[in-house]
Design a protein around this ligand. Structure first.
Ligand code: SF4
Length: 369
């Protein structure tokens, strides 16, 4: 079967889901309503990773909605993406980086997604005109890298991926291009069954800007033979694969699980890059956010279990004002540092906030000393 046919064969309704696992009758109508606004899509591969007899299974919670998704506290745009949009589908928040929203489609609609507002639903936020986006980047010599994301750019046809690469190739000041994709984790067949995709990526990486894939493994059980093979094929095509994990309540909020995950990634040659504090997204916040106090402890314990090479990842909060590194706690205060900043004056700035054990986001905290 082609990858397109396999993707089409994914579970995309609650009714189909009931063929594979029990869904409480009382919840069913609520879940169906949730899915009208935020669809489900679970590939047969990812479905095979779920322990169907365990309602608390972490892999299940990533893919299958719960009635918690009716909680509307939070925002849909937690990192200020709209105000940083300079053209449809193009964001320019940090000086050196341009971010392209290439599609609103994903191989799986992760329940914790921070772009819930646009994935799998009608949106005007994705790119409409590649040449005008390429012109913008050409005219901004301070941009040295582009992140092509979405949605998941590897759900696009090869011709479209080639179009992006062809438009960016002549831009001399670009050092590298990243694809933000969960396909190696949720739908590895996209990579394993399509040599053409790999040869497009390989030929670009060899001749033009270096290519990176930034993926998102959140649990050690996502590291399987198939996802490992998908990463390996990307690596053999000359692509550097790195990983961003999201810290998620009930999924990986345990230092043993996180340490196992990071070790597993290093074993398969995937570079640990960030662990993100889950954003306060509507329908996500209540179910998945871990308080910062607990998060700091979990990350410290995780680092203590890892060697220097494996613990290279930073614990990050992606805030409208910048990427803020969560350094830890000292004397009743959280310590933060701007790793990337919207306002260049903030670069590297270290600041504190008083510890609040229930707070989950910077905006919940009061000024430190
Ligand atoms: S693959 Fe990425 S963009 Fe798509 S739903 Fe999952 S987290 Fe969101």
């Amino acid at each position: 079967m082609s990858w397109e046919a396999l993707l089409h064969d994914s579970v995309s309704t609650i009714e189909e889901l009931t063929e594979y696992m029990d869904v409480n009758d009382k919840d069913r109508r609520v879940l169906e309503k949730i899915c009208q606004e935020h669809p489900i899509r679970i590939s047969k591969y990812y479905l095979s990773l779920i322990d169907r007899n365990n309602a608390e299974d972490p892999i299940r919670k990533i893919a299958v909605p719960l009635t918690h998704e009716t909680h509307m506290a939070g925002h849909y745009d937690t990192s200020g993406e709209r105000v940083n949009t300079v053209l449809p589908g193009l964001q320019h928040k940090y000086r050196q980086t341009a971010l392209i929203l290439a599609t609103n489609e994903c191989a799986m609609y992760c329940r914790h997604c921070f772009r819930k507002r646009l994935v799998g639903v009608d949106t005007e936020e994705v790119i409409q005109d590649i040449p005008s986006v390429a012109d913008y980047i050409t005219n901004h010599e301070e941009i040295n890298n582009v992140l092509i994301t979405g949605g998941d750019p590897f759900t696009l046809p090869n011709e479209r991926i080639e179009e992006f690469l062809a438009a960016l190739a002549p831009i001399e000041h670009l050092d590298y291009i990243r694809f933000g994709t969960r396909v190696p984790v949720t739908f590895p067949k996209r990579i394993l069954s399509d040599e053409n995709l790999l040869s497009i990526l390989k030929s670009h990486s060899n001749k033009k800007q270096r290519l990176y894939v930034v993926t998102q493994f959140n649990h050690p059980r996502e590291i399987t033979k198939k996802s490992t093979q998908a990463c390996k094929q990307l690596q053999e095509a000359g692509i550097i694969v790195s990983n961003q994990t999201v810290l998620l309540k009930g999924i990986n909020d345990d230092s043993n699980v996180l340490a196992r995950l990071q070790r597993g990634l290093v074993q398969i040659g995937v570079v640990p890059y960030y662990v993100f504090q889950c954003r306060p997204v509507k329908r996500v916040k209540k179910q998945f956010q871990v308080p910062l106090y607990e998060g700091c402890k979990i990350i410290e314990e995780t680092w203590a279990k890892l060697d220097g090479h494996t613990k290279r990842f930073r614990f990050i909060m992606s805030h409208p004002s910048g990427k803020i590194e969560i350094l830890g706690m000292r004397d009743g205060e959280f310590l933060f540092k701007y790793h990337q900043a919207k306002n260049p004056k903030d670069y590297g700035r270290i600041f504190t906030r008083r510890v609040d054990r229930t707070a989950t986001w910077l905006d919940d905290l009061e000024d430190g000393s």
